[in-house]
Ligand binder design. Sequence first.
Ligand code: IPD
Ligand code: CA
Ligand code: CA
Length: 273
Amino acid sequence: MTDAERLQHTIDIAHEAGTLIRDARQGQDFGYRYKQGQELVTDTDVAVDRHISTRLDALFPDEARLSEELAPDRSALASEGPLWVVDPIDGTVNFAHGLRHVAVSIAWVVDGRIRLGVVHAPFLDETFTALAGQGAFLNDQALHASRSGDRARSLVGTGFPYRRDSRPPLMRRLAAVLDRCQDVRRNGSAALDLCDVACGRLDAYYESVSPWDFAAGWLIAREAGARTGHLYPCPDGIPEELYGENLLAASPGIHAELADLLRRADAGAFEPR
Ligand code: IPD
Ligand code: CA
Ligand code: CA
């Protein structure tokens, strides 16, 4: 199968998942629970994961899968060969609250390199796609990331982990970005934040997330011309492209300056004006 055929299958599966998500919202009949006391998960997250897993299994029976609800075992990250990385609903809190920033995120990775990414937003009618080395697209239109070199005028996306005890250190980063950039957005879907970087709607995005939150969007942002990288060196044993800690995707002209700002904030060395 060619990469283009594989991409088309993935788009079809993401659209089917999007229909399930839209139908579930219309019925408003999904149950929910909290993982580890804080993290919301609805029946729809699980049902959509099941649909995507069944479809991928039928089409690619020998290929491994990492998916947030049904196959979250991260030991899969260390394996060689093909790996599907799936978030059935990125933006679950938005979904449950009737907000529109919700996405299906599917990436295909080979030997630790992201080769294909699809992020579909069913309530926005937007489907973002990329194949490594072949550019990024929104509903078939080529995407171009921001070329801004003006950190002070940059609009920056980010997010916060569900674990409340992980949040206080991030307040230092937030204070630094609010002081030195135009403003901040917290839209509630890491996958769509990265696609917004790919479109140039956001000039930058930083966060620490799980592999399924960012893998597809990471490729899409990079293929659109954004610079993608980590604030600190990555540990051995996990492919760098699937390591979700301390991510920064940004216009190439401000990436280094923003990375420096965030590291200074982490070190407590940032002085607000
Ligand atoms: C969450 C979203 C959010 C990010 C969280 C993620 P979920 O994913 O991507 O924007 O800030 O860290 O966990 O739980 O909606 O799949
Ligand atoms: Ca997610
Ligand atoms: Ca999810």
